[in-house]
Design a protein around this ligand. Sequence first.
Ligand code: ADP
Ligand code: ILO
Length: 357
Amino acid sequence: MTYPEFPPNCTSLLCKHLSSELFEMLKNKSTANGFTLEQAINSGLENSDSEIGVYAGDAESYDIFAELFDKIIEDYHGFSHNDRHHSNLNFNDLKVKDFDEGYVLSTRIRVGRNVKNMPLGSAISKAQRNEIETKVSTALNTLEGELEGEYHSLLGMSKEIQERLIEAHFLFKDGDRFLEHAGLNRDWPHGRGIYHNHDKTFLVWLNEEDQLRIISMQQGGEVLEVFSRLVIAMKQIETQIPFAYSERLGYISSCPTNLGTAMRASVHIKLPNLSQNMEQFKAITQKYFLQIRGVDGEHTQSKEGIFDISNYRRLGITEIEAVQEMMDGVTALIEAEKNLELMKHVESNLDNDYLTH
Ligand code: ADP
Ligand code: ILO
């Protein structure tokens, strides 16, 4: 492979950080699983609109290709080579905000997890993926109480049910082009599936971008309830399934954006006025380290002024800090939305006064 020609408009962290010198240094290296630089950067090369552009094939990728991954990790999370990740799951440390009524429609917090001593999805074999599905679904089927539910393999699920679950925000979609070029969709739909409890407030995705996505979600803005359900579930699952973890990088994930806590705490929130003032909207999200996504997830658009707002950073901050950043930022967004509403109201009253006098 020769040094790739990046298009001039390429803005991914891959384009930004992969110099020809770095490429020459890493191009012949591979991990014990045989994962190469060419595989790690393929998604970013095929999708020039990538934001990041790289995926790891195993935990070792973060060491073997550290000169590239570390630059991307530092740029995204502000976490340097000498930093160490720390966890905190103590809900008593959360300064809970009660969101004003009428803005937050639903809350979802998820973590990504991968099985210790297995390659990640980009480098895994079909047999290993199936083995994970069997082991993890067996463990999930032992959960009790609020977490009790059933595992549904994609292989045995009709297209109609899949569509319904996707539309209701419970299930992942197939055919994501970023994952496709990372080798993460190989053998689809084998080994993939979803576990959910009876109320669909606790869900686990199997073998999508990460081997597990553990999810807690519900209508409304009760963040503490969602977070505590997730923490209980994460701890119970980890007693049966050992996860890939690094003393420096925390939980190991396929994409470097998900390292550390691997946690994305989000709300679906209605911001019809703020979304007409994108400069102000973006300034608030930048101040609070938030990410704006569309209502159907990553790489989708907002509908009817509804957005998915979540913490941007996941590494170098604790789980509590990740959730706190989301809550503080969402509170600031609601405040700004209310002020814009009020201004609109005052302006329309002034117009009416003017017309009637
Ligand atoms: P992930 O969080 O797993 O990285 P996505 O951005 O693709 O991935 O979102 C996955 C699904 O979760 C999508 O259907 C999305 O609409 C849904 N979702 C995300 N946040 C919320 C939320 N707060 N309430 C309801 N659904 C949500
Ligand atoms: N590979 C895509 C997505 C990066 C972040 N999102 C994840 C992990 N799902 C990109 O580089 O834009």
